[in-house]
Design a protein around this ligand. Structure first.
Ligand SMILES: Nc1nc2c(ncn2[C@@H]2O[C@H](COP(=O)(O)OP(=O)(O)OP(=O)(O)O)[C@@H](O)[C@H]2O)c(=O)[nH]1
Ligand SMILES: [Mg+2]
Length: 225
C-alpha cells in the first residue's frame, strides 16, 4: 500500500453524519450506520497524490483520540447538523482545540449536513410536501457557520486576507441525497493537493528516523568504546 501524501480529518459531534458523508462520497451510497468507535480511514487517489480521509468518533468517550487523529492533518472538515444548533456550538467548544496538532497551514471546511430535513431545502429543490422525511425550519443559518469560520481564523492567528474565503469553505450537504457531497470533498482535495506538492518540493520534514539508529555496541566490561 502506498503511503498517504496528505491527511484530511472529519470531526464533529455524534450523529451529525460524518460516517454517512464519507460513505456517500467513497461508496456512492447511504447505508445504515452505527456510531463510530475510535476512527477509520479511506484512501483516495487524487491527481498524482494519495489522500487519507479519516472518520472519527463524535461520542464524548472517544474525545481524547481526536487530537491524535488530527496530527499532521492538511485539512479538517468540521461537521454539524443544520437542524441542531448545539452541534455547531460543539465545534467551537469541544472540537476546535483538537486541531492544534494539525499542520500549521491546515485548511478548515465547515459542513452543515442533513440539509434534506429542512423546509428551505425542500422548497428550493422543488420537492413535494408529501415527501417521507419530516421537515422543520433550519436551526443553523449559513451565516452562523461563516462566523465560526472567521473565529477559527482568529483562533489560529491567520489573516483573513491570506486564507480561503468563508464562502469557499462553508458547505451545506446531505449525505442522504448526495447534495453537495462531491463538491465538498473535491474542492477541498483541489485546495490541499497544491499545498502537499509544495511541501514535497521543499523537502522532507525535519524529523529523525529512529528505526535507522543502532544502539551503541557494548564491550564485555560494559563500557562504551
Ligand atoms: N436525513 C438525513 N439523515 C442523515 C444524514 N446523514 C446522516 N444521517 C443519519 O444520521 C444518523 C447518524 O449518522 P452517522 O453518519 O452515523 O453520524 P456520525 O457523525 O458518524 O456519528 P458518530 O459516529 O457517532 O460520531 C444515521 O441514522 C444516518 O442515517 C443526512 O444527510 N440526512
Ligand atoms: Mg460515525
Amino acid at each position: 500500500m502506498r503511503k498517504p501524501d496528505g491527511k484530511i480529518v472529519l470531526l464533529g459531534d455524534m450523529n451529525v453524519g460524518k460516517t454517512s458523508l464519507l460513505q456517500r462520497y467513497m461508496e456512492r451510497r447511504f447505508p445504515d450506520t452505527v456510531s463510530t468507535v475510535g476512527g477509520a480511514f479511506y484512501l483516495k487517489p487524487w491527481r498524482s497524490f494519495n489522500l487519507s480521509i479519516w472518520d472519527t468518533a463524535g461520542r464524548e468517550q472517544f474525545h481524547g483520540l481526536g487530537s491524535m487523529y488530527c496530527r499532521g492533518a492538511a485539512a479538517v472538515i468540521l461537521t454539524y447538523d443544520v437542524n441542531h444548533l448545539q452541534s455547531l456550538r460543539e465545534l467551537e467548544d469541544r472540537f476546535l482545540g483538537l486541531t492544534d496538532t494539525a499542520n500549521k497551514d491546515c485548511l478548515f471546511a465547515i459542513v452543515g449536513n442533513k440539509v434534506d430535513l429542512s423546509e428551505e431545502h425542500a422548497a428550493q429543490s422543488g420537492e413535494a410536501c408529501s415527501s417521507v422525511s419530516p421537515r422543520a425550519p433550519k436551526q443553523v443559518r449559513p451565516e452562523d457557520a461563516m462566523a465560526l469560520y472567521k473565529k477559527i481564523l482568529r483562533y489560529k492567528m491567520l489573516d483573513e486576507r491570506d486564507a480561503p474565503a468563508a464562502e469557499q469553505m462553508c458547505f451545506e450537504t446531505s449525505a442522504k441525497t448526495g447534495y453537495n457531497v462531491d463538491v465538498l470533498f473535491e474542492s477541498l482535495f483541489d485546495m490541499v493537493v497544491p499545498m502537499i506538492a509544495q511541501q514535497k518540493a521543499e523537502g522532507p520534514p525535519q524529523t529523525v528516523d529512529i528505526s535507522s539508529c543502532k544502539p551503541p555496541k557494548r564491550t564485555t566490561s560494559g563500557c562504551c568504546t
